[in-house]
Design a protein. Structure first.
Length: 377
């Protein structure tokens, strides 16, 4: 977060210099860098993105770092913030790659290999949400294939959809943008994903005329358990009834396909990856119009999902469970509500590395969505 409150260029320079200061001689290397920016339109987004890209290209190694520029506004008065994922070089090997202009990283520790992809999107400009979503999945699949992985390898996925609550004409039918994305996701999962479960995921809006996908994938390894978790408070997203999906009631609509959480276990080490979670009980939105109540219900849903009772149900005889929150990203529909949501999250979660941004959420009556991770080390 910038220390200055001036124009975008000043705030970005402040953020960028702080990033370089953190990484310089720290013994850490970044595996992904997410830059969240406030934009007013596509022209503004292109101009700010160009400046950010030029900053990284000016570094000898920075032009190979996986950087996602995400048009979701930070809390006022800030116009830009950086979310940094990094690991200690002494613990693992981080390598940077590029496939047709898309930068990504691989993290290797012993026989364990992770792949972090950010900013997979249609190459070039595209105003069509369907084609943009198809292009995003195609580029994602291309990188995974290069690393000997596929869509089955994804354990965590972030799906950014322009005007997620808006609608466009597709094959003669007006369809919600999020619904169009869900149809495309289903077509790729059906064709290329053979696993019985889905990744943990977030589907969220952004102020850009396209679709973008980030993901975290791992190579198949016999010592790693990948365990999907249900939430006792919520219906599985992929079992939502047609009545809660936006669109023509005559046409069958594809529900979103993700798990409420994924538990990764390797020996005594465990990591809980919690999907974007909102104020939904069963499949019904709770607390319409009340951001305070929705935030509290969302937190309760996260606690129910990650409780030892729920983990025992899904992972029998486990001795070690993730207990400590290590990360939060919080999306708030109205930028002016970020301070309220931030206060509630700090009160509950404490001093956890957190990112707060403004974004439309997948239902018009949802005001907040929270994703998180927990570790036991």
């Amino acid at each position: 977060m910038p220390k200055a409150e001036g124009i975008f260029e000043v705030q970005w320079e402040d953020c960028f210099n702080e990033l370089l200061g953190i990484l310089q001689n720290s013994g850490f290397k970044p595996f992904r860098i997410c830059v969240f920016i406030h934009v007013t339109d596509d022209t503004d987004c292109a101009s700010k993105s160009k400046l950010i890209t030029a900053s990284f290209q000016g570094l000898e190694i920075g032009n190979t770092w996986p950087v996602a520029i995400i048009p979701q506004s930070p809390e006022e008065p800030y116009q830009v913030i950086i979310e940094l994922g990094m690991v200690r070089e002494a613990d693992c090997k981080v390598e940077y790659h590029s496939e047709e202009g898309l930068n990504y990283s691989t993290v290797t520790s012993g026989d364990h290999v992770e792949c972090w992809i950010v900013g997979a999107s249609y190459q070039g400009h595209c105003d069509n949400i369907y084609e943009s979503a198809v292009g995003s999945f195609q580029r994602l699949s291309l990188v995974l294939d290069r690393e000997g992985m596929n869509l089955d390898s994804i354990v965590r996925q972030w799906n950014y959809v322009d005007g997620i609550l808006g609608s466009s004409l597709l094959d003669g039918t007006i369809m919600q943008h999020y619904q169009i994305f869900n149809e495309v996701r289903n077509s790729f999962y059906t064709k290329y994903r053979k696993a019985a479960s889905f990744p943990a995921a977030t589907g969220i809006g952004m102020n850009s005329s396209q679709v973008g996908i980030d993901c975290y994938a791992i190579a198949t390894h016999p010592d790693i358990q990948i365990i999907p978790l249900s939430n006792p408070n919520q219906q599985e997203s992929y079992r939502y009834g047609q009545e809660v999906l936006v669109g023509d009631p005559v046409i069958r609509k594809q529900p979103p396909q993700f798990e409420r959480a994924i538990l990764l276990k390797s020996g005594s080490v465990s990591r809980l990856i919690i999907s974007g979670t909102a104020s939904i009980i069963g499949q019904k939105t709770i607390g319409i119009g009340d951001v305070d109540l929705q935030t509290r219900i969302t937190i309760e849903n996260i606690e129910a999902l990650s409780s030892q009772i729920n983990l025992d149900i899904h992972c029998l005889n486990a001795e070690e469970y993730p207990e400590k929150y290590s990360y939060l990203r919080v999306y708030v529909k109205n930028r002016s509500d970020i301070s309220v949501v931030r206060e509630l999250c700090i009160k509950h979660f404490g001093d956890v590395p957190s990112t707060f941004v403004q974004a439309d959420i997948c239902r018009d009556n949802l005001l907040v969505e929270i994703e998180a991770e927990k570790m036991n080390v």
